[in-house]
Design a protein around this ligand. Structure first.
Ligand code: HEC
Ligand code: HEC
Length: 177
């Protein structure tokens, strides 16, 4: 009996270590610099904001965004046809509909239907997770330009880490929930 209890405890501990590790790993792997596909994506899409992890939107949303890069949220971010094709292939492979990662599942659920181009920052899950952030925090804050600039608060976002323990809001400090 004692052995069985020990075995169960061991399994539980392993579970709590392994599950979060594999969760982080999935997003991280896809953002790994050094893989030519990812490097391409970061170069083309990481200039004006962080290169968003492709798993945070579904294929339909990415198609819509990539279909009008010359009118991109008020900017012209037009790409040459070859780059556009490479980026589209990348997004087709790694989008939320195609990913088993924990975050992809969360972001896929309950998309908010809205006018204009789709936004990660307008998905139901995003709005729910950020409902404690007051618009005042963005006013006259030189370190924080918009909710689309994930990496300004999520200091490890560019490594695919959006954990709430790694949030530091410019001008306000570490997030402590
Ligand atoms: C020339 C600058 C520029 C480039 C290059 C660019 N973007 Fe953007 N992008 C913007 C701006 C500006 C916004 C709006 C940000 C805001 O509202 O603060 C935006 C917003 C977005 C959003 C919505 C963010 C949110 O709020 O959820 C997505 C998704 C996005 N871009 C994807 C891409 C992809 C994919 C590429 C590469 C193919 C790309 N962007 C390249 C300027 C750019
Ligand atoms: C103004 C700062 C700020 C910006 C900008 C921001 N976030 Fe967050 N985010 C937070 C805070 C604070 C939390 C924790 C909220 C809580 O504890 O309830 C959070 C939570 C999250 C979570 C849940 C993490 C967890 O551990 O449960 C995800 C995922 C996330 N953010 C993704 C994003 C993405 C993607 C972007 C950019 C499109 C972004 N965030 C932009 C501050 C920010």
């Amino acid at each position: 009996m004692k052995k069985l209890v020990l075995l169960c405890c061991g399994c539980l501990i392993l579970f709590f270590i392994a599950v979060p590790l594999s969760m982080g790993d999935k997003i991280k792997k896809i953002l790994t610099v050094g893989d030519p596909l990812t490097d391409n994506y970061i170069q083309a899409c990481g200039e004006c904001h962080m290169a968003y992890p492709p798993q945070l939107l579904g294929i339909q949303e990415w198609r819509q965004i990539m279909g009008q890069m010359e009118q991109h949220y008020g900017d012209n971010a037009e790409l040459d046809p070859e780059t556009r094709q490479q980026i589209m292939a990348y997004l087709t492979q790694y989008n939320a509909d195609n990913s088993s990662s924990y975050l992809a599942k969360k972001f896929r659920k309950g998309r908010v239907v809205q006018q204009g181009l789709p936004r990660i920052s307008q998905t139901a899950y995003f709005l729910h997770e950020h409902d404690e952030i007051s618009p005042h925090m963005l006013e006259n804050n030189p370190g924080l330009s918009s909710m689309s600039q994930c990496q300004q608060c999520h200091v490890k976002a560019e490594q695919g880490d959006f954990d709430e323990d790694n949030v530091l809001i410019p001008g306000y400090g570490r997030w402590d929930d």
